[in-house]
Design a protein around this ligand. Structure first.
Ligand SMILES: [Zn+2]
Length: 444
């Protein structure tokens, strides 16, 4: 009889055969001395809690105590979230990053990104995300900002807010959209500095030809970014806003004198986009760096019907977009740059939004945790290891995100047969842990 729901053994068999899950788990390490619960068990517990999309770490505690979870991951005994915290705060990030890289390489070899190629090219994007913020809890690597709040009496007060922010690089045009790497902002530095660090590190992790085109926000329309991208051999499409004043103004002035190079209408559900595009090569990037660049401008009128009290009214909104790109007109016509430039992937399932909204990404777990293993420093003192908890948890989440989406989108036949959502698949895998016979262990 054909299986009616997904089972954990079949998911694990796929993970082990295709992605060497057990071997990777065996390489995990942390700062504890001779721990009773291995780093491998800690990793597998957290990895599965993301795969199952458990709502909280209390739920993970409860699963470890009451279901077959402990046997399934091969944990030495039942453990609670204090063990998880103590281990993760001093977790070794290298094996986690190595696993993420290996998963992505295997996905590429398995042609998981081919469906999203644009003129034969693979597309990635860089984007920033805020992971958590707090007015009270802080750690040594928190970023700080002043924010204006209203007190209960409605008076404005200024307070310091502590937060963490990272820049991630993600494959974006294929149905499976894994993150390639993530870089955390250090106290006092801007997002562009972290982004440059990430871009410099990427070829060391993946080689420079892992993707071909990089999509970037207006913040990155800067000479150092453009130069680095050129050095790595990538092409770029970067949004252009008024912060790049010279280029923005010379493009707007030039395009104002001539009719659009292309005009068309796109129908998307109840919405109609009337699009006009202008395209030019050879505008100087900045006064200091006059290398010629190509600029594409879009003027869009979005029309949609609104029904209110039985009456239909037509709403129209105007939008203007500009992009600067290194792609040549000959191989990448105006319309393609327009498609690439629109960060539509941000709103899609499986993009940033999905990760932040449905993957419990914004949790303060481990933040400012003082209960950490100690190490002897250069002057012989016993000091706490730096807190790597947030980085470790995030990398495990990104690994789980990549593998779960690949399983749902590319592997599962049940998903297609029963039209299951990714969340339904997670629930089926989670349910399996409660009904499995206790003797069952994951296939080695
Ligand atoms: Zn912090």
């Amino acid at each position: 009889m054909k299986a009616r729901t997904h089972s954990l053994p079949s998911f694990s068999a796929w993970l082990n055969k295709g992605f060497d899950l057990r071997a990777h788990a065996g390489r995990m390490a942390d700062s504890r001395t001779a721990p009773e619960i291995s780093p491998q068990s800690v990793f597998l517990a957290l990895f599965h809690s993301f795969v199952f999309r458990l709502p909280s770490f209390q739920q993970l505690d409860s699963e470890l105590a009451h279901s077959h979870f402990q046997q399934w991951i091969g944990a030495e005994r039942v453990f609670r979230d204090d063990t998880l915290r103590y281990s993760l705060c001093g977790f070794d990030l290298d094996p986690l990053e190595a696993m993420l890289v290996d998963v992505n390489r295997r996905l590429k070899r398995g042609k998981a990104f081919d469906e999203g190629r644009v003129q034969g090219c693979l597309v990635a994007a860089l984007d920033g995300i805020e992971v958590l913020s707090s007015f009270s809890r802080r750690c040594e690597s928190c970023l700080e900002r002043r924010v204006i709040l209203k007190d209960p009496a409605g008076r404005k007060i200024e307070q310091t807010q502590y937060y963490h922010r990272a820049v991630g690089c993600q494959m974006v045009h294929s149905p499976v959209k894994p993150f390639l790497a993530i870089e955390w902002l250090r106290p006092g530095e801007g997002e562009d500095t972290a982004a440059l660090r990430l871009l410099t590190r990427l070829p060391d992790l993946y080689g420079s030809r892992f993707f071909d085109i990089l999509l970037l926000d207006a913040l990155y329309a800067q000479t150092p970014v453009l130069e680095l991208i050129g050095k790595m051999g990538w092409d770029a499409v970067i949004s252009l806003k008024q912060n790049s004043r010279d280029l923005y103004q010379s493009a707007v002035r030039l395009f104002a004198q001539r009719p659009p190079d292309l005009a068309f209408t796109e129908q998307c559900g109840h919405k109609t986009h009337q699009v006009q595009l202008w395209d030019t090569e050879g505008l100087p990037f900045t006064i200091d760096n006059p290398r010629p660049v190509r600029v594409v401008r879009a003027e869009e009128v979005l029309e949609r019907n609104r029904y209110r009290e039985g009456k239909r009214t037509l709403l129209a909104t105007d939008q203007e977009w500009l992009w600067v790109t290194t792609l040549a007109q000959q191989t990448f016509p105006t319309r393609i740059v327009h498609q690439l430039g629109h960060g539509r992937w941000k709103q899609e399932n499986n993009g940033w939004m999905d990760l932040t909204q449905h993957w419990a990404f914004k949790h303060g777990f481990l933040h400012a945790c003082q209960h950490r293993p100690k190490q002897t420093n250069a002057s012989g003192q016993r000091v706490r290891v730096p807190n790597r908890g947030l980085e470790a948890v995030t990398l495990i989440l990104l690994i789980a995100f990549a593998l779960s989406s690949a399983f749902v989108i590319r592997h599962s036949k049940l998903v297609r047969r029963d039209h299951l959502t990714a969340i339904a698949v997670a629930a089926q895998l989670w349910a399996w842990i409660s009904k499995a016979p206790p003797s069952i262990r994951a296939p080695a």
